[in-house]
Design a protein around this ligand. Structure first.
Ligand SMILES: Cc1ncc(COP(=O)(O)O)c(C=O)c1O
Length: 387
């Protein structure tokens, strides 16, 4: 494993901190006024409403839950779950293919997107070659790859905590099996500028398969301009992964899909490990895709939540990875993140402790209901003002 831990990450100097704090506050004010009408109309999911419940701001879920139409569809179909799902998978794949502009054979449907990430890692392991990605990124592909014995090359982040696309492109060589990109990146929330990403995917996919994990892309400012499915449609060795766990609020129901070359999808199907797609997930997924009004409401709500987190960090005077575009911020808490997380848990708020060990003082905090973010804010203030 090659991991450069001396990368010059975003420097938490007082000046940059102040600049960032200002930017966060301005962004927050704008987003709040732009989205307040829509966002107040969003209804929270059940278990998060209790003000005394544990505020779970660690799992990047959508606390507003699924589309009510998805819930209705699931209830209506519950008695039909005795059947295998093959025809429903096909129906869902056709629906997705039409939306994404690809062929149905290029859609691989799974229980959440985790199986797509794992299957891709295994596929590269069989074909051979290293996986190149960035330091401080989502572990779904690298972790499975390393477990299978594939070497993963972690390129350092840039100064502003973005992917170093030039360095990644330059590192691709005869020993490379694939590249994994997470856009926006989990945990930094940074997106790769669209023009740069398109040029990268166009060029690098001529050499090796490129995987773009778009789990949070539909919450980003540039959406849908930064969607990479056009490369799959063009027949390039590109994989795009999507999930219903985030903006669609269906993490517990498990549904995701990958867009990829038809022969790669067939290789993955043949492993026999991906035929476990659940019926009610598919039913809820199809109803969710049709409920565009709810999607827009959730997009506004998650963006508003993100701005609330940015404003929180600014008020706490803590640096964050700049310009987050997912449903979370990545914040330097100025103390070991695992101690911070333990103190937060004492105050009934769960945030991510030390998960990316290269940055032991950084924690990821995700969008919750307003009262949960307020509880997080108050708890963090109490902890951070006492150090
Ligand atoms: C970037 C990214 N990709 C993929 C996943 C996997 O999600 P799921 O299996 O619920 O679709 C996650 C989950 O947090 C994620 O953050």
């Amino acid at each position: 494993m090659i991991r450069n831990t001396s990368a010059p990450f975003f420097s938490p100097s007082r000046r940059s901190l102040m600049k960032l704090a200002g930017a966060g506050a301005v962004g927050a004010a704008t987003a709040l006024s732009a989205c307040s009408e829509t966002a107040t109309a969003a209804t929270p999911a059940n278990d998060a409403i209790d003000p005394d419940a544990l505020a779970i701001l660690s799992s990047n879920e959508n606390p507003y839950g699924p589309s009510p139409k998805a819930v209705e569809a699931i209830k209506a179909e519950a008695a039909n779950l005795y059947r295998y799902t093959y025809p429903t998978v096909s129906k869902f794949a056709e629906m997705v293919a039409e939306r994404e502009g690809v062929a149905p054979e290029q859609v691989l449907v799974t229980n959440g997107s985790t199986p797509i990430l794992a299957a891709f890692s295994d596929w590269v392991n069989v074909k051979g070659g290293k996986i190149i990605t960035s330091a401080i990124t989502y572990e779904g592909v690298p972790r499975v790859a390393e477990q299978a014995g594939t070497e993963v090359v972690y390129m350092p982040l840039t100064q502003d905590m973005g992917y170093d696309m030039e360095a990644i492109a330059a590192r691709v060589g005869p020993d490379t099996g694939a590249v994994y990109l997470c856009n926006p990146n989990n945990p930094t929330g940074k997106t790769i500028p669209t023009a740069q990403l398109k040029a990268f995917v166009e060029d690098v996919s001529n050499k090796v398969p490129v995987f773009v994990d778009e789990a949070y892309l539909d919450m980003s400012d540039d959406y849908p301009g930064n969607v990479m499915s056009e490369f799959v449609a063009a027949g390039k060795p590109v994989v795009v992964a999507r999930t219903f766990s985030k903006i669609y609020g269906m993490a517990g129901q498990r549904l995701g899909y990958g867009l990829m070359p038809a022969d790669m999808a067939m290789d993955m199907r043949k492993t026999g490990r991906l035929s476990n797609v659940n019926y009610l997930g598919l039913v809820g997924g199809m109803a969710s895709l049709e409920d565009t009004e709810h999607f827009e409401k959730m997009r506004a709500t998650m963006i508003r939540g993100r701005q609330k987190l940015i404003a929180m960090a600014a008020d706490l005077g803590r640096p964050i990875a700049p310009d987050p575009q997912g449903s979370f911020i990545y914040m330097d808490v100025g103390m070991p993140a695992k101690d911070f997380a333990a103190k937060m848990l004492d105050r009934n708020v769960r945030v991510v402790g030390e998960r990316w060990s290269d940055l032991p003082n950084w924690t990821r905090i995700c969008v919750g209901l307003d009262h949960e973010i307020d509880k997080c804010h108050a708890a963090a203030k109490e902890i951070l003002t006492s150090i």
